[in-house]
Design a binder for this molecule. Structure first.
Ligand code: ADP
Length: 719
């Protein structure tokens, strides 16, 4: 008998053993239905060995599932990701199987020829038989293709010349035009593309930072490398990762244009049947180029040749819920496991990546000028202490004047504010209470389009009440501060004739709506776009010449480890949307702290100076990239029990050289959905295997009852 270890896509510490039933002939990677308690669960065979299972008989596997097996390299990646995250492998496996949630597609009824000739041939019958010889189609589509009535087809079926069969619609492989287009590239781009191609020719793992100013043509360069990778091997596959769905749409269009076929598309807005189809196509090698969000890393690629992480600095690559991981880091790990190339592209690379490039671990390619006649925009700070906006307004006189000039020239403005909704805080002027979500200590955000108060943390929402829920005073609620909807209101008030739109995850919820808004902006049908970060990155809007940053200080207020870095990146990116075509652009940043080093660096366009200062600070305190961090988040409904568990956990920390532990302390968000939260922060020297340390620590304690323990390796959120 053989014993099969089956990994189940659930938070379990390891794979379970089952008996392989006689004649099932399993292989590693096969998907099976395995019993767990009263249920049957889809799992993946990770190992097979001879044995009997000892004195306790093993439960047999129920059946093999007729879905493609998980490739060995995907399985290895799942196991690697689990070790890195100090988690069991079930959670990353769930990510890898996510595409299979939709049922298998149903077979279609299609018409096939039987070979029998009709007793009487007519031109209509002849046409039908011709079409059938070429293609198997469902009856209505056959009638349409042959240009005949359904009666003709019925007649041929009755005579036995045609028959109906049930069949899965045939899925065809992408045919891509991978011929080189290097002659399109300017000399700087061509040099970068050649360097990437040389790495691809050499084969094996390589990591490259493609470091180019906004608009320098990084996309052109990596698409050229993608074409090269695909041309080297007819089986090769390429994955392009992007941080935002809105951006995926733009890159999908460029890929379709470059390769003459649409790439596979993978992100949360793709519906389950299409996800399943893509999963199967990737596993079968029919899909050779995929554009997607971070979770596309877990797709069952057969032969990855290149992974591109575009806007690699973007914190959206960090997944904060469920299985917690940093997509950029896992992309490098996957490339390493696959023995392929990875390209990290950005105009404002993360400190981690710059550090790796400086150490020589990554190749470093630079593009220092915009393509063609486009030049980098002028950046100026607006000192709000000198020229504040009017009361209850948010746009200062210099910004309004610049918008008026831009409008008069028929050019476009982007107003950037990284805050959804109308107002971030709603306050009762009678009792002073700020409205929060129930059992959660985060403020409710007013959304005027929907007339609701929304908690951005938990998704809770309620209609805006006309009385204060605390003191009952009528009409006493006032909205404090601006979100994009409020800035839009002000823009309309000031420029009633302008065409204005809002781009945020509330107004753009699907790939389709993102595409429509982006295209309208590209065609110049919008004069003023008020946008959160969803629209501030990556796009090319040729008529956009003015970027106004409404609140440049916003990101600095949280004050976490990466606040400065993130603010610099976000504002440089947002500013980088201006003047990308033939007309010069400018960026105006409204700030209360024009002397802050981040504002000074932005105004001077001094990225390297900023990076230098920031690196020194990080080095002094041993923070990433000079040290490693991990967070432990504990939560539970009962504060006393939670406190006791936090103390027990702290006491159980393994002793290790080069590890410091801070906390436990109440988390800044100390109450979410009725659960209290505490945090610990672990800092370790780079020589410490922090994942292994955290896993060892976790193994020493067991959260009881409703208590939860989450480990976040390399945290980006400290809330
Ligand atoms: P990045 O990704 O660095 O921001 P893009 O690749 O989006 O830059 O290029 C910016 C703009 O310049 C795009 O509209 C792109 O089509 C155009 N562009 C860049 N390089 C070339 C080139 N060699 N030939 C023609 N157009 C180019």
């Amino acid at each position: 008998m053989r014993i099969a270890s089956v990994l189940l896509p659930m938070p379990l510490p390891e794979a379970f053993d089952y008996a392989e039933p006689e004649g099932m002939d399993l292989h590693v990677g096969d998907q099976v239905a395995a019993p767990l308690g009263p249920r049957l669960i889809r799992g993946v065979v990770t190992a097979l060995r001879d044995g009997t299972g000892g004195n306790r008989p093993l439960k047999p596997i129920d059946r093999k599932i007729d879905d493609p097996p998980l490739p060995a390299s995907t399985l290895a990646f799942v196991e690697w990701a689990a070790r890195y995250a100090a988690e069991g492998p079930g959670q990353p496996l769930a990510m890898a199987l996510r595409g299979l949630r939709a049922p298998r597609p149903k077979p279609e009824r299609i018409v096939v020829a039987t070979g029998a000739a009709p007793a009487r041939m007519t031109p209509a019958r002849e046409k039908v038989l011709q079409v059938v010889a070429d293609q198997a189609l469902p009856p209505p589509r056959l009638a349409e293709a042959a240009g005949v009535s359904s009666g003709v087809i019925k007649g041929l079926i009755n005579e036995g010349c045609l028959a109906i069969e049930e069949r899965l619609a045939e899925r065809v492989a992408q045919t891509l035009d991978v011929s080189p287009r290097g002659d399109r590239l300017n000399p700087g781009q061509a040099a970068s593309a050649e360097a990437l191609n040389a790495r691809l020719d050499a084969g094996g793992f390589s990591a490259t930072l493609l470091d180019g100013v906004t608009g320098s043509g990084k996309t052109e360069v990596y698409l050229e490398a993608a074409a090269h990778a695909l041309s080297l091997d007819p089986q090769a596959q390429v994955l392009i990762l992007l941080p935002e769905i809105a951006l995926t749409q733009a890159v999908i269009a460029r890929v379709a244009d470059r390769f003459g076929a649409a790439p596979g598309e993978w992100h949360s807005a793709v519906d389950p049947p299409r996800r399943r189809a893509l999963w199967e196509d990737v596993a079968a090698g029919r899909t050779r180029i995929v554009v997607g969000a971070r979770s596309a890393l877990f797709l069952p690629f057969r032969k990855l040749a290149l992974i591109v992480v575009d806007e690699e600095h973007d914190s959206s690559f960090k997944q904060e819920e469920g299985f917690i991981y940093q997509g950029r880091d896992l992309a490098v790990a996957r490339a390493h496991l696959e023995g392929c190339s990875v390209v990290l592209a950005s105009a404002t690379p993360s400190l981690e990546t710059l550090w790796n490039a400086r150490q020589g671990r990554y190749n470093w390619l630079k593009l220092s000028a915009r393509h063609g006649v486009a030049t980098l925009p002028d950046v100026a700070l607006i000192d709000l202490r000198q020229t504040p906006p009017e009361r209850d307004h948010w746009l200062s006189p210099p910004l309004v004047a610049a918008m008026a000039q831009t409008l008069a020239r028929g050019e476009q403005t982007l107003l950037f504010l990284n805050r959804r909704g109308y107002a971030p805080v709603v306050l009762c002027k009678a009792c002073g209470e700020r409205l929060t979500a129930p059992d959660t200590d985060s403020w409710l955000v007013e959304h005027r389009y929907t007339g609701r108060l929304v908690c951005h943390l938990t998704g809770f929402s309620m209609p805006k009440p006309d009385r204060c829920p605390h003191c009952g005073a009528k009409d006493s609620l006032i909205s404090i501060g601006p979100g994009v909807e409020r800035v839009e209101e002000e823009a309309r008030e000031r420029f009633p004739e302008a065409r204005i739109a809002v781009f945020s995850s509330d107004t753009v919820s699907s790939g389709q709506s993102a595409r429509e808004l982006v295209e309208a902006m590209e065609r110049g049908e919008i004069d003023i776009l008020v946008a959160t970060q969803a629209a501030a990155k990556g796009h090319n809007f040729p008529g956009l010449t003015l970027v106004g940053v409404v609140d440049a200080d916003l990101g600095l207020r949280g004050g976490d480890l990466r606040a400065g870095e993130r603010t610099f990146q976000l504002l440089a990116q947002a500013g980088g949307r201006a003047g990308r075509a033939d007309r010069p652009g400018r960026v105006l940043m409204q700030t209360w702290a024009p002397d802050h080093p981040v504002m000074q660096a932005l105004a001077a366009g001094d990225r390297d100076g900023f990076v230098e200062t920031e690196m020194e600070l990080r080095q002094l305190s041993g923070l990433p990239p000079f040290g490693r961090l991990a967070a432990v988040i504990l939560s539970g409904p009962d504060p006393v029990q939670l406190e006791a568990f936090a103390r027990e956990l702290a006491a159980a920390a393994p002793n290790a050289e080069g590890v410091e532990i801070f906390g436990p302390a109440d988390a800044p968000l100390s109450l979410i959905r009725g659960r209290r939260r505490k945090r610990l922060l672990v800092r370790a020297d780079r020589t410490v295997d922090l994942s292994a340390y955290m896993a060892a620590w976790r193994a020493r304690v067991k959260p009881r009852g409703a208590l939860r323990l989450t480990i976040d390796i390399d945290p980006y959120s400290f809330l």
